[in-house]
Design a protein around this ligand. Structure first.
Ligand code: BEZ
Length: 392
């Protein structure tokens, strides 16, 4: 071999190993992924926000602290479940903190402002609770995902249950905002399909808990049943007031499962026997759920609830997308394609996403027994949100 080709070969080898070095160090130095947690940490939904964050962090911890090969840097905003502050709050995360991904929130009105900002700025958003139908309806986008439910889903499933029980005249009572309205809308659809009807829709402004006058009105209407959407601190107060008013004995109370999830310690015996519909329950008895519950209880010295599951699954969905794009969150189409074709291995049972990124999932019928929402059946199998048009 003459000297020239040997020199060229050596140069090639040197260049190749330099390239390897550069790419290895580029991976090693890949900056932390900035995740903006926009959740309620105060107010009637405070405990829900904490459970979502706990669930999210649990999954990240199980992956050794990294998702898609990147460590996570959390930036937190307390949204106070206040829609009036939502746009400013989400813009802090997008424009001031330059987050890569936003995870939030609980309240439907706040979530709609977040979805708008995420759409306007092209920021990745994963909604770990708020059920606002529009987020995975008209507002949907290839970089907006939901790990929870649409407000229509548990409402519709309970409408079918109540109709099957033969209740004909039903009164509904809820907070007057998107989640309450849409939950009742779903309930009405299921109920009317089965031959029942809503005779009166009662409501009060969010997050009010002055239920007395409305309970008196229910007593005077004497319906066959009552359907309700309340959650968090408001749900605790409503269940206690319903029992104290003497209505629990005479008019059966049904609810979207938020009525009794994460609330049973505080509701005590007043919640005993209540029937609700939700995509999670305390006695699923699958290996996946048992491991999740054990790890959650070990880490937080608390029992998990549906909100913890939704936070955990938001992290799982983020991991699936990030793994597909090797941590490069700007590759939105590839990220979305990976999440869309995945089956998310949730403690609630595996689920897929519909075309506008809302879970297609079983809705369980649960009954409160002691401190548990015991699963007593599947109210709706593989229920997909019917969608109200998606302009993806
Ligand atoms: C909502 O506003 O969408 C919501 C809040 C709490 C529980 C469930 C839904």
């Amino acid at each position: 071999m003459n000297v020239k080709p040997r020199l060229a070969l050596a140069a090639l080898v040197a260049a190749a190993s330099a390239a390897t070095l550069i790419s290895t160090s580029a991976v090693a130095q890949s900056p932390k992924l900035k995740v903006g947690l926009m959740l309620p940490y105060t107010g009637t939904f405070a405990a829900l926000g904490v459970a979502i964050e706990n669930g999210f962090r649990l999954y990240v911890g199980e992956q050794g602290g990294k998702l898609g090969g990147r460590e996570i840097d959390f930036v937190k905003v307390d949204d106070e479940s206040d829609p009036a502050k939502a746009t400013d709050n989400v813009n802090k995360l997008i424009k001031r903190d330059n987050v890569d991904v936003i995870v939030g929130t609980v309240h439907s009105g706040v979530a709609m402002a977040m979805a708008k900002a995420a759409k306007d700025n092209g920021t990745m958003l994963i909604v770990p609770n708020a059920g606002a139908d529009a987020v995975t309806g008209p507002m949907c986008a290839n970089h907006i995902f939901r790990s929870s439910f649409s407000n229509w889903q548990p409402g519709y499933a309970m409408g079918e249950v109540v109709a099957k029980k033969g209740h004909k005249k039903v009164v509904t009572i809820t907070w007057k905002y998107a989640a309450g309205d849409e939950s009742v809308k779903g309930f009405r659809e299921g109920l009317e399909k089965g031959g029942g009807q809503i005779v009166k829709e009662l409501s009060l402004p969010f997050p009010g808990v002055e239920f007395q006058a409305l309970l008196t009105e229910i007593a005077s209407i004497k319906p066959d049943a009552v359907y309700t959407f309340f959650a968090g601190g408001g749900a605790v107060k409503f269940v206690k007031d319903y029992a104290a008013a003497g209505l629990k004995k005479s008019i059966p109370l049904y609810g979207a499962g938020f009525l009794t999830d994460g609330t049973l310690e505080a509701q005590g015996a007043d919640a005993d026997g209540l029937l609700t519909t939700l995509h999670y329950g305390d006695s699923l008895d699958s290996a996946r759920d048992r491991t999740f519950r054990l790890n959650y209880a070990k880490q937080y010295k608390l029992q998990p609830d549906v909100y913890a599951v939704q936070g955990y699954d938001a992290a799982q969905m983020l991991a699936i997308g990030l793994n597909a794009v090797k941590g490069d969150v700007t590759k939105k189409a590839e990220f979305a394609a990976a999440v869309e074709k995945s089956k998310i291995d949730s403690p609630r049972g595996a689920f897929t996403l519909g075309k506008s990124h809302n879970p297609v999932q079983d809705i369980y019928l649960r009954q409160v027994v002691g401190k548990e929402n015991k699963v007593i059946g599947v109210a709706s199998k593989g229920l997909a949100d019917p969608g109200r048009g998606c302009r993806m």
